[in-house]
Design a protein around this ligand. Structure first.
Ligand SMILES: Cc1cc2nc3c(=O)[nH]c(=O)nc-3n(C[C@H](O)[C@H](O)[C@H](O)COP(=O)(O)OP(=O)(O)OC[C@H]3O[C@@H](n4cnc5c(N)ncnc54)[C@H](O)[C@@H]3O)c2cc1C
Length: 429
């Protein structure tokens, strides 16, 4: 591996992105002799795995997001800066931000994550609903509830697909989203919208390959498929989207599904910041990194998380998941310490701690690296506990636990305010 020895102490560490990787790194550097500047274009950290619960009225955004300044209020060596990073001046070692002065660094860590990829499919960028931020989750929640309001005002609209909800992408997020949508419709909408024929609402999950939840074993995939089907989701495997309009999704082979709601969970690509830095890029535009996660030719720059094209020993790309970003953060912190002591850096090696996905109430699949597999209620409880543990801050955990407890007892989803633009309700279609 291309290990290196750098001289001099790493004093000013600039971290771009306060997501899973950047947040973890700033925290684990608490006792190190460094001054950290954490730059993020948002003033909060978002727990993305629960965004679908915001979109389906289970949680409010504040339950899964937390102000970065609040998180670091008591950590003296971290300064938070709100700013959209647009580039890096490598010659003078400064990070360029859209707002205000550049930020000088001795060590730069890029942790800007990924963005939704539309794979260039016509109409996706204009008409599909992505799910990467609290704003997008709120917009989707508003839009879904607005469809039922429209059906109250004009029931004829149901004939043209007003209550068809299409989720594209059969990965864990798509499966979770489809499962949560049917629960929202069955348990909440049915009671709230008594004048609407809710039986005509329809959730379709579209997946291009011949199976759901790719990282799982065939048994777990089958279990997720059967559970979704039993709960009323129409799963269409081996189906690709060719184009999307405001009123329909056009599938390869000529099928057309009328819908006003297409949720796009089909994939991500590296944050466009990667394109702006003139660095080598790999699949999904992820930044090419050395085995120690530094950037070739820029030994004082590291890349972690979704943005980095880190690879296992067999050359396969590491999965873009929260544990990868957090393990990358731990690794970079350790390499900074090694350098400080004049030691060579070491290879990063991602450790798979297992995968889990929930399909809905009392239904989930979980697999551990040792081959143990869980499904049903036990896996669901494991999923709940793990997600509660991983949330940032006691208040967020309390809020989420309360909402889940309430939902478990009453089947109600209380976060169903329609906040935002009324365009979807009253605007032209
Ligand atoms: C809906 C959804 C569900 C998911 N579910 C799971 C799951 O169940 N389990 C799992 O392990 N993983 C899950 N993931 C993936 C996981 O969230 C990511 O792998 C993880 O967030 C990557 O961490 P990161 O630190 O690389 O980037 P992120 O956590 O995305 O953080 C990137 C940060 O960079 C900031 N940023 C971006 N561009 C700029 C810029 N130009 N200037 C300044 N700041 C910038 C962003 O605001 C953000 O705060 C899910 C992702 C999504 C979208």
């Amino acid at each position: 591996m291309a290990a290196m020895v750098a001289t001099g102490a790493a004093q000013r560490v600039v971290i771009v992105g306060g997501g899973f990787g950047g947040l973890r790194l700033a925290k684990v550097l608490a006792d190190d002799p460094v001054e950290v500047t954490l730059v993020d274009r948002r003033n909060h950290h978002t727990f993305q795995p629960l965004l679908y619960q915001v979109a389906t009225a289970m949680l409010d955004p504040a339950a899964i997001a937390r102000s970065l300044r609040a998180i670091f209020r008591r950590q003296a060596n971290v300064e938070v800066r709100l700013g959209h990073v647009t580039g890096v001046d490598w010659d003078v070692k400064q990070v360029l931000v859209a707002e205000g002065d550049p930020i000088p660094f001795d060590v730069l860590v890029l942790a800007a994550g990924a963005v939704t990829s539309d794979y260039g499919i016509e109409g996706v960028a204009e008409h599909a609903f992505p799910l990467k931020s609290p704003e997008e989750a709120l917009r989707l929640r508003h839009h879904v509830l607005a469809r039922f309001e429209r059906a109250v005002a004009d029931p004829v609209l149901i004939d043209s697909g007003e209550l068809n909800f299409v989720v594209v992408g059969g990965g864990p997020t798509g499966v979770e989203m489809a499962g949560a949508l049917v629960e929202l419709i069955d348990n909440v909408v049915r009671k709230d919208f008594r004048s609407v024929d809710v039986d005509r609402a329809h959730v379709v999950l579209i997946e291009a390959t011949d199976h759901l939840i790719d990282p799982f074993s065939p048994k777990s995939r089958q279990n997720a498929l059967e559970t979704l089907a039993a709960r009323g989701v129409e799963v269409r495997l081996g189906t690709t989207v060719e184009a999307v309009t405001a009123a329909a999704v056009h599938l390869a082979g000529g099928d057309v599904v009328s819908t006003r709601t297409l949720v796009w969970t089909a994939g991500v690509r590296a944050n466009p910041l990667a394109d702006a830095l003139a660095l080598a890029q790999a699949e999904g535009r992820r930044i090419v990194v050395e085995p120690d996660l530094s950037v070739p030719g820029h030994p004082d720059c590291f890349v972690i998380g979704d943005l980095a094209a880190s690879r296992g020993e067999d050359g396969t790309l590491d999965p873009q998941m929260a544990p990868l970003a957090q393990q990358g953060a731990d690794h970079v912190a350790e390499q900074l310490r090694r350098r400080h002591r004049g030691l060579a850096t070491e290879r990063f090696s991602y450790k798979n701690k297992g995968v889990m996905a929930t399909v809905g109430r009392n239904a989930a699949v979980a697999e551990l690296p040792n081959g143990m597999r869980f499904r049903g209620r036990l896996a669901w409880v494991m999923w709940l506990v793990l997600h509660l543990q991983r949330l940032v801050g006691y208040r967020n955990r309390f809020e989420v636990l309360t909402a889940w407890g309430w939902n478990y007892l009453t089947s109600d989803r209380t976060a169903r305010l329609m906040i935002g633009s009324d365009d979807e309700v009253t605007g032209p279609t």
